[in-house]
Write a protein that binds this ligand. Structure first.
Ligand code: NAD
Length: 500
């Protein structure tokens, strides 16, 4: 099928954008290279997308540099107004954006529509409102002096987003950076560039000046690596794997970039014996099976108190087995395909890994047949592990694959929960207030959910191998600004140190 036919079949009226967005215009890559983005439902090509190389990154950086002086000095309220308009445009085009995201990533349309699009708009709206409210301070110093701080944008920021939530992560990265007055060179993941390109187009419609945002689909090893190395890029914000995060830190050392990393996780989801079982079963299924488990904050280690483990699994396993897999564009689909065939193979390989370690497969563990055999589907998988030290309980599978562990004592709970190198999101289910706060305090994690959420005002990020820096809220604005301290001698007599 031609791209126009694919778009029409997916219910899209707007043409699918497939070129690089540099200096406010869609252009081909200097090399003319392209890469087909595939529909994970059947692995059929959707459209050939331009692949940025080093020359394109240089062009984008030059455009961002030209745009920076005016953009960074524009009244903050005016920058905010553009982001607010963008939020409105995202909502007005929400139906199509949701369809595009589902077509390219495999997100079930009900989630793209109900969650990804509204969360993307909410993020731009939150930081649009924040633009003129984030301010410096006056410091109470010695008499005769005035000392105040300015919060200045860092300059040109490189942003590299992954393929699991491309639309939403585009907003998480761009909104605070733009509100603070930075210019952006962004690289979406090579396998899911379509919604980010559409956002770039909507940004222009919202009145964003050319060059402020440049969107460069391209390979991580080429365009991504060069963005990380680029001497004129002052900061890099990255979401993806810990291994790539490490490479980015090394590449960014040349000009000592400010680095912000949101990496993988192996989130414990702890169900205590006093939890509301029904709520915990439903919440735990959502925590691992939402977006096919392709989420850094997925509750991928299900930790059950041994007193309720059997009762919990009696409800959880049938629920997991009943989740409806299907074409992501079908309203009835609860779980779509994984985003790529390569990733499906990686996820399935953990079934063997786990069984080799003595793990017991309780549900799923394979790809479905029939109509879905051509796509990147994996059934919801529940695996009981022998030990929390096993690979299946330590490594980030990043799929619809939950590892079950049991615990007895409080001491054992913390040993297992904190027993990985990751430290991103952790969840717990209990009705005991004291225990909830105690466990929240003791968890080695950037975020803790007690009976569960995500909000643009609440800091998001990890510790340990899950990265550093925070997205969302005031913390994100701090990440995208640097502090300048200004001293004024109002009327102080300064001792003449070198008086002759
Ligand atoms: P990845 O980290 O390689 O890719 C994420 C992004 O980084 C993509 O845009 C990619 O093009 C880019 N990239 C790759 N190499 C780069 C480099 N050298 N320099 C700069 N950018 C580069 O992740 P992956 O290989 O696609 O997925 C592997 C695993 O990573 C997953 O199974 C999962 O465990 C983890 N992951 C985590 C998240 C998250 O939300 N934290 C998202 C995606 C993947």
């Amino acid at each position: 099928m031609k791209p126009t036919d694919i778009a029409a079949a997916a219910g899209l009226r707007t043409p699918i954008r497939h070129q690089l967005f540099i200096d406010g215009r869609f252009v081909d890559a200097e090399s003319g290279e392209t890469l087909a983005t595939l529909n994970p439902h059947d692995n059929a090509p959707i459209v050939d997308v331009a692949l940025a190389g080093k020359a394109d990154v240089d062009k984008a950086v030059a455009a961002a540099k030209r745009a920076f002086p005016k953009w960074s000095r524009m009244a903050a309220a005016d920058r905010g107004r553009i982001l607010l308009k963008l939020a409105d445009l995202i909502e007005a085009n929400g139906e199509e954006l949701a369809r595009l995201e589902s077509l390219d990533t495999g997100h079930p349309i009900r989630d793209s529509h109900r969650l990804d699009v509204p969360r993307t708009a909410a993020c731009f709206r939150y930081f649009g409102g924040m633009a003129d409210k984030f301010q410096g301070e006056t410091i109470p110093v010695e008499e005769g002096f005035l000392n105040y701080t300015l919060r200045e944008p860092v300059g040109i920021v490189g942003q590299i987003v992954p393929w699991n939530f491309p639309l939403m992560f585009t907003s998480w990265k761009m909104a605070p950076a733009l509100a603070a007055g930075n210019c952006i060179v962004m690289k979406p993941a090579e396998i899911t560039p379509l919604s980010s390109l559409r956002i770039a187009e909507l940004m222009a419609e919202a009145g964003l000046p050319p060059g402020v945002v440049n969107m460069l689909p391209g390979l991580g090893s080429v365009a991504g690596q060069y963005i990380a190395e680029h001497p004129e890029i002052a900061k890099i914000a990255f979401t993806g794997s810990t291994a790539t995060g490490r490479r980015i830190v090394q590449a960014s050392a040349g000009n000592l970039k400010k680095v912000q990393l949101e990496l993988g996780g192996k989130g414990p989801n702890i169900v205590f014996e006093d939890a509301n079982l029904q709520a915990a079963v439903n919440g735990s299924a959502w925590a691992i099976f939402h977006n096919q488990g392709q989420a850094c904050i997925a509750g991928s280690r299900l930790m059950l108190h041994e007193k309720i483990a059997d009762a919990f699994l009696e409800q959880f396993i049938p629920l997991a087995k009943s989740i409806r897999l299907g074409n992501p564009l079908d309203e009835n689909t609860e779980m779509g395909p994984l985003t790529s065939a390569q990733h499906r193979e990686r996820v399935l390989s953990y079934v063997e890994v786990a069984q080799g370690e003595g793990g017991e497969l309780l549900a799923g563990g394979k790809s479905p047949g029939g109509d879905l055999a051509k796509g990147c589907y994996v059934e919801s998988t529940v695996m009981r592990a022998k030990s929390y030290k096993d690979r299946v309980a330590q490594e980030d599978v990043f799929g619809p694959f939950v590892t079950v562990l049991t615990f007895k004592t409080d001491e054992e709970t913390m040993q297992i929960a904190n027993g990985t190198d990751y430290g991103l999101g952790s969840g717990l289910w209990t009705n005991n207030l004291q225990r909830a706060h105690k466990v929240a305090r003791d968890l080695h994690a950037g975020m803790v959910w007690i009976n569960k959420r995500v909000n643009p005002g609440s800091p998001f990020g990890g510790v340990g191998q899950s990265g550093y820096g925070r997205e969302m809220g005031f913390d994100a604005m701090r990440e995208y600004t640097q502090v300048k301290s200004v001293w004024v001698n109002v009327d102080a007599q300064i001792p003449p140190h070198f008086a002759r």
